[in-house]
Design a protein around this ligand. Structure first.
Ligand SMILES: Nc1ncnc2c1ncn2[C@@H]1O[C@H](COP(=O)(O)OP(=O)(O)O)[C@@H](O)[C@H]1O
Ligand SMILES: [Mg+2]
Length: 285
């Protein structure tokens, strides 16, 4: 295949323990959430709108303060290094990089300038490393090489998502936090993004993938978690969760009783089901 990647530190595990997050000092958005991304694994985070998926990514990436949120309780660690409450720049330096919702790129800058903005502090890895990383990003996303001098604002939605991903990869992350990368993209582009997540994973980079498209996420991920109103409702291996009645009914749009269900209810296999569902809606803490 392609040239071997520049040497990366070994994959490291992300550990989130008993995390409680509030906005505006009182509105609780996450309650006692624990989650693990084993080193180099792809883990999917599913859940309805407002469940707290973006909040969890923000709590990990240190960007909660930008949204008026704060960690009330619990810890985040990566490779054993505590990250709870650390500034976003420290989290990036530790190798954990978020691609936020809405494929934000600098529209007035060129594609290449956007990519350059993604590298860690100037000279951190040197010019040769910069070129090598850029080549890799170009090999993953040939369109970013073809359009390197164009303003990012002229790219299609799918190309902007690729640019947002490519920019994150310029910092040589060990764990990527992806917030709904397929949102609003055409099916063909979604498949392309899925292929890219796979190739990122093959390079030993871990991925925590937030997706509305549960079928896609469960296909890509080793493990998955389902958030419901700020709490972990279900968790387990992706293939086990794909077979659970609850996931099939709520997230895969299937009626398990209608098409030869093999008895894979949420209790089956290695799926962990948390205590009873709560009432939906906002709840203050
Ligand atoms: N900046 C914010 N200020 C106040 N409340 C917020 C903010 N962002 C999100 N919330 C609330 O936190 C909860 C979780 O939101 P979010 O993490 O965006 O969910 P998801 O990404 O799963 O759709 C929701 O009730 C939402 O209204
Ligand atoms: Mg969200």
């Amino acid at each position: 295949m392609n040239a071997s990647p520049p040497s990366l530190p070994p994959p490291a595990a992300l550990e989130v323990d008993d995390l409680t997050v509030v906005y505006g000092g009182s509105v609780r958005a996450l309650d006692d959430v624990s989650l693990r991304v084993p080193g180099g694994a792809v883990v999917a985070l599913l859940g309805a709108n407002g469940a707290g998926k973006s909040t969890l990514l923000r709590a990990i990436s240190g960007t909660l303060p930008l949204h008026g949120g704060s960690v009330r309780r619990g810890t985040v660690a990566f490779g054993g290094m505590p990250l709870t409450g650390r500034p976003a720049a420290d989290v990036v330096a530790a190798g954990v990089v978020q691609v936020p919702e809405g494929r934000r790129v600098f529209t007035a800058l060129s594609v290449e300038e956007n990519l350059r903005a993604g590298q860690l502090g100037p000279g951190r890895h040197g010019r040769a490393a910069y070129r090598e990383t850029l080549e890799q990003v170009h090999s993953l996303f040939p369109v970013l090489a073809e359009r390197r001098r164009q303003a990012a604002g002229l790219l299609s939605g799918g190309e902007q998502q690729m640019l947002a991903l490519g920019r994150a990869l310029m910092s040589r992350p060990r764990l990527l936090l992806l917030d709904e990368p397929s949102l609003g993209l055409a099916p063909q582009v979604v498949e392309q993004i899925a292929g890219i997540v796979r190739r990122i994973h093959e390079r030993g980079v871990g991925v925590l993938l937030v997706e509305q498209n549960a079928a896609l996420a469960l296909r890509l991920a080793d493990d998955a978690y389902v958030l419901e109103v700020g709490r972990v409702r279900l968790s387990g291996r992706s293939e086990e969760l794909s077979r659970s009645d609850e996931v099939r009914r709520l997230y895969l749009g299937e009626r398990p009783d209608e098409d030869g269900d093999e008895g894979g209810g949420p209790e089956a296999g290695a799926v962990t089901v948390a205590a009873g569902p709560r009432t939906l809606g906002r709840w203050a803490g």
